[in-house]
Design a protein around this ligand. Structure first.
Ligand SMILES: Nc1nc2c(ncn2[C@@H]2O[C@H](COP(=O)(O)OP(=O)(O)OP(=O)(O)O)[C@@H](O)[C@H]2O)c(=O)[nH]1
Length: 341
C-alpha cells in the first residue's frame, strides 16, 4: 500500500469570514478603557494552543501601560506534562514577551494556579491599602478568563465558584463585580474583575481565523464546521496521523472521514444518512477535549523567523483593522437592503 502523505499546505482559505467584532466586544472594550484609572493591574489571558494568534493587539493599545502579567490558558490541551516538547514550547513563548511575567496554566492543575496567586501576592500592590488592589482580567472570548478567576478565588481564599463559565464564547457580557482572591493582614486585599471576551475587528490572515474558531473564540455557527474539520485534519495529520484511527485510516479527505465518524458515533439523520454538520461539530469537540492529540496550532519557529526579519510585513494596525471592519459591515448592510428591495 502507498505510504500516506499528509498535506503540507491547506488549500481552502477562500471564503472564510474575517471578522467577529460584536456590539458587546466594542462596548466592553470602551468600558474597560474608562475604568482604567481605578485598575492597578491587568492579567491578559491568551490561548496556549495559539499563543501568537490569540494576542489581541487592541489590549496592547488600550491597556498597555498598566502593570500586567500574561497567562496562557488551556495548557493541558497544547502539550503533555513533563514532556521535552512542553519545555521547548514554553521557553520559546516566554521569549516572545521578555518584559512581562508569563504563566502557563491548566486550571485543573492546582500548582499552575498557585504560582499565579504567589506572584500576585508579591507583585499586586495598590496605592490605597483600604481600597485594595484591583486586577482586571482580559482576553479573547472563551479563552478561560472566568474559569481562571474561579480557580484563583478557590485557591486564594477557599471560596466556591463565583462566575458563570461555558464552552461557547460570550458567556460574560459585562464587566463583573470585583471578586476577592487574596487576603492580606494589612487589609490590602487583591480583587479581580472579569470582563467580556473581546475579539479583534478584522483578522487579516484567514488561517488565523480558522485557528481562533477551533479554539472556540468565535461562535461555532460563524464558520462552516466542515471547513473547520478540514483544517483540523490538516493540522492533526502534521502532528499524528494515527490520532483518529478509531474512525478512519489516515486521510486528507474530510468528507469520507466525517461520513465514517458519523456512522460509527451514530450521528445519523433520516433514513440513516450521516449528519455531516453534526459529525463535524462533534469531531471539533473531541479535539477541544484533547482526544485528538495535544499540540499547538501556531508555528513558533515561523513566528521567531518573522520577529527576526527586519523586512517582515508589518501587522495590520488597529485603526486599519477597524476601518476594514466598518467597510465590511457597511457592504453587508447595503447588500441586505438591496436584496430586500
Ligand atoms: N481543558 C481546559 N479547559 C479550560 C481551561 N480553562 C478554561 N477551560 C474551558 O474553556 C471554556 C471557556 O471558559 P470561560 O471561563 O467561560 O471563558 P471566558 O474567557 O470567560 O469566556 P467569555 O465569557 O467568552 O469571555 C470552558 O468550557 C472552560 O471549562 C483549561 O485550563 N483547560
Amino acid at each position: 500500500m502507498a505510504q500516506f502523505v499528509p498535506r503540507q499546505v491547506f488549500p481552502h482559505y477562500g471564503a472564510i469570514p474575517r471578522s467577529y467584532f460584536l456590539g458587546h466586544h466594542r462596548a466592553g472594550l470602551s468600558k474597560m478603557k474608562n475604568m482604567l484609572s481605578s485598575i492597578d493591574y491587568v492579567v491578559e489571558c491568551r490561548d496556549y494552543r495559539a499563543p501568537v494568534t490569540s494576542i489581541n493587539p487592541m489590549f496592547e493599545e488600550a491597556l498597555g501601560k498598566k502593570r500586567r502579567l500574561v497567562v496562557y490558558t488551556k495548557r493541558d490541551l497544547g502539550s503533555i506534562p513533563q514532556s521535552p516538547a512542553r519545555q521547548v514550547i514554553e521557553r520559546k513563548v516566554r521569549s516572545f514577551d521578555p518584559t512581562s511575567a508569563v504563566f502557563f496554566v491548566s486550571t485543573s492543575t492546582r500548582a499552575d494556579v498557585a504560582q499565579i496567586i504567589k506572584h500576585l501576592r508579591n507583585d499586586a500592590e495598590a496605592p490605597d491599602k483600604l481600597v485594595g488592589c484591583r486586577v482586571m482580567v482580559v482576553g479573547m472570548p472563551n479563552v478561560g478568563k472566568s474559569t481562571l478567576i474561579n480557580h484563583l478565588r478557590n485557591h486564594g481564599v477557599g471560596k466556591a465558584k463565583a462566575l458563570k463559565t461555558g464552552g461557547q464564547p460570550g458567556i460574560t457580557r459585562k464587566i463583573a463585580s470585583p471578586v476577592k482572591i487574596i487576603e492580606r493582614e494589612n487589609g490590602s486585599h487583591v480583587y479581580v474583575l472579569d470582563t467580556p471576551g473581546v475579539f479583534m475587528p478584522y483578522v487579516a490572515d484567514a488561517e488565523n481565523m480558522l485557528k481562533l474558531a477551533l479554539c472556540g473564540c468565535v461562535k461555532d455557527a460563524v464558520i462552516s464546521p466542515v471547513t473547520l474539520v478540514d483544517y483540523l485534519l490538516y493540522k492533526v495529520n502534521l502532528h499524528d496521523t494515527q490520532a483518529y484511527k478509531r474512525w478512519s485510516e489516515p486521510t486528507n479527505e474530510v468528507m469520507p472521514l466525517l461520513e465514517s465518524f458519523a456512522q460509527q458515533t451514530g450521528l445519523l439523520g433520516k433514513g440513516g444518512v450521516p449528519n455531516i454538520d453534526g459529525a463535524a461539530l462533534h469531531f471539533i469537540q473531541k479535539w477541544r477535549a484533547g482526544e485528538l492529540g495535544r499540540f499547538m496550532l501556531d508555528d513558533l519557529d515561523e513566528e521567531q523567523r518573522r520577529r527576526d526579519d527586519p523586512e517582515q510585513t508589518a501587522r495590520l494596525s488597529m485603526s486599519q483593522a477597524l476601518k476594514i471592519e466598518r467597510t465590511t459591515r457597511k457592504n453587508k448592510s447595503d447588500v441586505n437592503s438591496n436584496s430586500s428591495l
